[in-house]
Design a protein around this ligand. Structure first.
Ligand SMILES: C[S@@+](CC[C@H](N)C(=O)[O-])C[C@H]1O[C@@H](n2cnc3c(N)ncnc32)[C@H](O)[C@@H]1O
Length: 249
């Protein structure tokens, strides 16, 4: 049931709920509960309102000609990640799935000088570009780059006695490993810390019952399980390809 009363001047595009899902409000202002659709025009407007740091823009432009460039998080996603890190006052962060470094650089730029970001990536070639940009941006001293499988890096941090010492983690590596990453990160992140998971809407395929390929099924199952997981509180945000923000209880 929804009790919110939205203004009459709002632009509504997609009708999601019937009127019976709304609580009675004064008749002139009674509205259907609807969610705005992000049209290309509206998304262009949104992006025009993201103050992307020049070094991130340069990295995005260099990556745009490379295979896999569509894997990079969008500027608005990176902005949200950086905002979460700043709100948390995070010092110790982890990223799984670096590619050429866009999201990790966005986080590193807002970390304090004493901050540390463990950046895990299995592809050495894209990691070289990431490292070049860490240097250019002057954040190399905050980076702890782990070349190899992300799960192995997490296990090594745990066996190194670093459980419950991280403030923030961003998961953007192998989709079918999300459950394992999540369990390992729950050990590494402190109470009140965040684990942010990318691609939870998986190009919309998770909502289509006719799509049942292994990655889609895996993400769908992950989404269902995490919603029932009492160890975290969550918020699924329709930014980029969908990100779920999990706060460890
Ligand atoms: C979606 S891209 C990451 C994009 C990055 N966050 C950005 O904003 O540019 C996923 C990356 O995860 C890496 N990856 C996939 N499986 C992995 C694994 N098991 N361990 C480490 N890295 C992995 C891929 O090589 C790829 O570079």
């Amino acid at each position: 049931m929804f009790i919110q009363d939205f203004g009459l001047d709002q632009v509504w595009i997609t009708d999601l709920f019937s009127l019976s899902d709304t609580i009675a409000v004064p008749s002139r202002r009674r509205r259907r509960k609807e969610v705005i659709t992000l049209t290309p025009q509206l998304y262009a407007y949104l992006l025009a309102n993201v103050p992307e740091p020049p070094i991130l823009r340069q990295l995005r432009q260099e990556t745009s000609t490379m295979p896999g460039s569509q894997m990079q998080v969008s500027p608005d996603q990176a902005q949200l990640l950086a905002m979460l890190v700043q709100i948390l006052g995070a010092q110790r962060c982890i990223e799984l799935g670096v590619y050429t470094g866009y999201s990790s650089l966005a986080v590193a730029l807002v970390l304090p000088e004493s901050g540390r970001l463990v950046a895990c990536e299995r592809d050495g070639k894209s990691l070289q570009i990431a490292k070049k940009y860490y240097e250019l941006a002057g954040v190399s001293h905050k980076m702890d780059v782990r070349h190899g499988l992300a799960a192995d890096a997490l296990k090594s941090l745990i066996s190194n006695g670093e459980a419950c010492s991280y403030d923030f983690a961003f998961v953007d590596a192998e989709k079918r490993m999300y459950k394992e990453y999540f369990e390992l990160l729950l050990q590494l992140v402190r109470v009140g810390g965040l684990i942010v998971i990318d691609n939870v809407l998986w190009h919309g395929k998770v909502a289509d019952p006719l799509v049942n390929d292994p990655k889609t099924v895996s993400i769908r199952n992950f989404n269902r399980n995490i919603m029932e997981d009492k160890r975290v509180s969550i918020s699924m945000v329709p930014v980029g390809d969908g990100m779920t923000i999990c706060r460890k209880r």
